[in-house]
Design a protein around this ligand. Structure first.
Ligand code: TXA
Ligand code: MG
Length: 370
């Protein structure tokens, strides 16, 4: 499952990794680092003070639990379960075995029971009986975790409620002055967060759609995952106790107001659907100083004729839209300084489920079908 650990020939890279690893291992400090999904804000999962510093740096409510990142199954066993011998998968329930062997290292997060005499800071779990863990595939992330030989608790490295960061400059924008160091590993390929699954309940649940699709989980997880259900949003909104506490917070929001268009009326003509969208945009943007339209496969690039309007394509495929999305929302905010963003939604299957999950949160209540 783990594969070989990455090595870096550039001495400066190695030096930077060692400096970050030392902060994680020997201090209560936190660092920004790249993963294949989004940048993380990492500190030791084993140290209460480090975990408090994470919550503090990003202004995150501490009832929202964190994912622990490990570099190998061996490290999970040694450092979180505190045992050194036996078969590698002994601490991972059988229901997860095919998922982790297919998807780790990678954007899959699983819930495990908190070990009774384990070492994990209870602040990472926000008093849940379970903790979340994944092995990221990004070579810088894995090297950092391996060099510090410490499980790293890491939420996305944005200020709470902002879109997750997919480049080091996004992290710098949000956390400059609040953390000592950011490792720059370029842009994140996946572009949105890991898929969070709970195999400890029956039927198993998809708690957060992410880098692996629901279809992939159902197909690659083995028989029990074929009837995996998606955690339903209504329970979250009504304030019931939920299994992914993070789902109840406002998330992924740019400063600009986001209006999301959702494709539904396939039976109407293309022209009438488009005319309707154009009317709505013109009306809603009447008081705007500058606004953006983010297009997918349906909205044409010349649809709005207005000097105040920036029109941008989100990408030609679902995978590209997924990897561009957060960067584009930030660019509209931070560089273009628009006050409204109109977004063409995508169909909610495959990557579209995770994309629309993030877009619906960014848009709060401004969702219009077309
Ligand atoms: O891709 C990712 O997962 C990124 C990178 C940095 O690895 N991390 C990330 O972390 O997105 P964060 O903290 O933004 O999201 C963690 C999600 C939240 O929705 C949280 O509520 C859920 O995982 N979670 C963590 N522990 C949990 C637990 N014990 N039970 C249920 N949900 C849990
Ligand atoms: Mg986050």
């Amino acid at each position: 499952i783990d594969g070989a650990l990455p090595t870096f020939s550039d001495p400066k890279t190695h030096e930077n990794l060692l400096e970050a690893a030392k902060i994680i291992r020997d201090t209560d400090g936190v660092v920004g680092f790249p993963t294949e999904t989004v940048y993380g804000l990492g500190g030791s999962s084993l140290n209460d003070k480090s975990v408090l510093n994470i919550y503090h740096a990003k202004n995150r409510p501490s009832d929202n639990p964190l994912i622990s990142h490990v570099s190998s199954i061996d490290q999970l066993n040694r450092k979180i379960f505190g045992v050194d011998s036996g078969s590698p998968l002994r601490n991972i329930p059988a229901i997860y075995h095919s998922l982790v062997s297919e998807m780790w290292p990678g954007p899959l997060t699983i819930l495990l029971p908190v070990p009774r005499n384990g070492t994990l800071s209870s602040l990472t779990t926000a008093e849940q009986p379970t903790f979340a863990v994944r092995i990221p595939s990004h070579p810088v992330a894995r090297a950092l975790i391996a060099l510090s030989d410490t499980p790293i608790a890491a939420p996305s490295a944005n200020t709470s409620t902002r879109p997750s960061p997919t480049s080091a400059s996004h992290v710098f924008h949000d956390l400059n002055g609040r953390i000592p160091l950011i490792l720059d590993g370029g842009s994140c390929k996946v572009g949105l967060e890991s898929t969070v699954v709970d195999g400890l309940v029956s039927p198993p649940l998809l708690l957060r759609p992410g880098g692996f699709t629901w279809e992939q989980i159902k197909k690659m997880g083995g028989a029990q995952w074929s009837n995996c259900k998606v955690e339903n949003k209504k329970a979250v909104e009504s304030g019931e106790k939920v299994r992914t506490p993070g789902m109840k917070y406002k998330h992924y929001s740019p400063t600009a107001k986001v209006v999301l268009f959702v494709p539904t009326h396939q039976e109407r003509s293309r022209e009438s659907r488009l005319d309707n969208v154009i009317d709505i945009i013109n009306r809603k943007a009447s008081g705007s100083k500058k606004f953006a339209v983010l297009t997918g496969s349906f909205f044409p690039s010349g649809m709005i004729k207005d000097d105040r309007c920036v029109i941008r394509s989100m990408g030609e495929s679902m995978l590209k839209i997924q990897s561009n999305l957060f960067a584009l929302l930030r660019e509209m905010d931070e560089a273009e300084e628009v006050d409204m963003i109109f977004v063409e939604g995508v169909t909610e299957n495959a990557e579209g489920l995770a994309i629309m999950n993030r877009l619906r949160k960014a848009a709060s209540n401004e969702v219009i079908s077309f």
